[in-house]
Design a protein around this ligand. Structure first.
Ligand SMILES: Nc1ncnc2c1ncn2[C@@H]1O[C@H](COS(=O)(=O)NC(=O)[C@@H](N)CS)[C@@H](O)[C@H]1O
Length: 439
């Protein structure tokens, strides 16, 4: 992408309204724009990151055997009356009336709707286990949306829902998602700690939040440092191996880890003091087992091997891709701006022409731009008529993992300069070597 033809509304001044660094940087780097309280437009560069995060979430859901579909954002109130949550959900629910005066709502979550879809088609235990998921916009009328997209009113969520014949099967489904979440956050360059959690309006009696440690996190967390050294389930994890997945769950839930709601100070005191971690964290995922809470009232029944009909055992599993954009910045930035992990960087390379109009520099930039793009590298080519200093500042702000600086002096020696954003390390290389190194 040539920056002179892109749409990247960088802000010169840090925005006053932003209280945390990710909100400040996302506004300054032209990633989002607030349209109303807690409701944002995702500008081109922010959307690139959001889509890359969603792609990794999708890959790991699919690897675990979950099947993607897409449910609507607008739901019927009658559906929520069946589960009894329509009144109970409270003021966070955005209630709408259509032109025929039908009561509708903007979905804050989809347990009722997925249960309705399931019961319409599935009657036999032979069709189980089943995990259906989507990545869809939600609306929760938060009384005090804040911190930009970290706690917004409209936000993107991956929500998966599992269906099993009994609690034992549901436990296996829960553990599949548990392992998939560990893999997902690891691939995003994050260390997410699973913590016993409260079940809240979703319900049920088994729930874990996945928290990443960040000083501006809203959650207060306490954990045994040992949890941070545990291995992440490998790409060839056998998701049909219930015992293997239970072992992963046990390994990650034996060391002490809890949010303040579930904190047991006496138990925490048993952790050797040098391993006690108390910090602030950001909840980036939350998984629940809630048995027949929705399938019983909504009559989502299957016939078991004995021919007896029974309500299915369910769980739901959420990840917040839009919150993750902000969480990643909280976890990875410096005083110059964002430092994107390679896996989800909006552009892998920022190519900076330090003297536009100089024929040798222009030619070298064109060669690099075409060669890298041809190899599938996402390049943002800063071809603007701007001083080098302004280009350095923009590249550092938007956080591409690599910068390639093309200037007349080094070019005269057949070299361009590579800078690794995260470390600041600089090396000189020929154009060919630079292309090889960045591919
Ligand atoms: N207001 C919000 N802004 C941004 N992300 C949010 C917001 N509320 C929740 N999330 C994200 O969505 C994830 C799941 O939300 S949740 O309420 O915990 N779980 C559910 O809604 C269940 N239906 C799981 S499918 C959270 O872990 C968080 O990452």
């Amino acid at each position: 992408m040539r920056l002179s033809r892109y749409f990247l509304p960088i802000l010169r001044e840090p925005p006053r309204e932003a209280e945390i660094v990710s909100h400040r940087l996302m506004l300054r780097a032209g990633m989002i724009r607030q349209e109303s309280a807690g409701i944002y437009a995702w500008l081109p560069m922010g959307l690139r990151v959001l889509n890359k995060i969603s792609a990794i979430v999708r890959e790991e859901q699919n690897r675990s055997g979950a099947i993607e579909l897409l449910m609507p954002t607008i739901q019927s109130a009658d559906l929520w009356r069946e589960s009894g949550r329509y009144e109970a959900y409270g003021k966070e629910m955005l209630r709408i009336e259509d032109r025929h005066e039908r009561e509708m709502l903007f979905g804050p979550t989809n347990e009722e709707m997925i249960t309705e879809i399931f019961r319409a088609y599935v009657r036999s235990y032979r069709d189980l286990p089943l995990n259906l998921y989507h990545i869809q916009w939600k609306f929760r009328d938060e009384v005090r949306p804040r911190f930009g997209v970290m706690r917004s009113r409209e936000f993107l969520m991956k929500d998966a829902y599992s269906f099993d014949l009994d609690q034992e099967g549901a436990r296996h489904s829960y553990n599949k998602m548990f392992a998939a979440y560990l893999r997902t956050f690891n691939r995003l360059g994050l260390t997410a700690i699973p913590m016993r959690a409260d079940t809240g309006p979703i319900g049920g009696d088994l729930s874990h939040e996945f928290i990443i440690l960040a000083s501006t996190g809203e959650s207060e967390v306490f954990c045994d440092k040992a949890i941070l050294d545990l291995p992440v389930p490998p790409a060839d994890t056998n998701f049909d191996d219930a015992a293997g997945l239970q072992a992963i769950f046990d390994a990650y839930t034996t060391p002490y880890a809890a949010t303040s709601e579930m904190h047991d100070a006496a138990a925490f005191a048993q952790v050797p003091s040098e391993r006690q971690v108390s910090a602030r964290g950001i909840e980036v995922g939350h998984i629940f087992y809630f048995g027949t809470k929705y399938s019983a009232p909504m009559k989502a029944l299957v016939a078991g091997p004995d021919g007896q009909e029974r309500p299915v055992h369910m769980g739901s599993y959420g990840i917040g891709p839009s919150r993750l954009v902000a969480a990643l910045i909280e976890a990875s930035h410096d005083e110059a701006g964002i430092v994107w992990p390679d896996a989800i960087a909006p552009f892998n390379v920022a190519l900076l022409s330090l003297k536009p109009g100089d024929s040798a520099v222009d030619a070298a930039c064109e060669t690099l731009y075409r060669a890298l793009s041809a190899r599938g590298v996402d390049v943002l080519y800063d071809d603007r008529e701007e001083r080098p200093g302004a280009k350095f500042a923009t590249a550092d702000l938007i956080g591409a993992p690599w910068q390639v600086l093309v200037g007349p002096k080094s070019l005269a020696e057949g070299k361009v300069e590579l800078k690794r954003r995260a470390t600041g390390e600089r090396t000189l290389a020929s154009i060919e070597d630079a292309v090889a190194q960045l591919t």
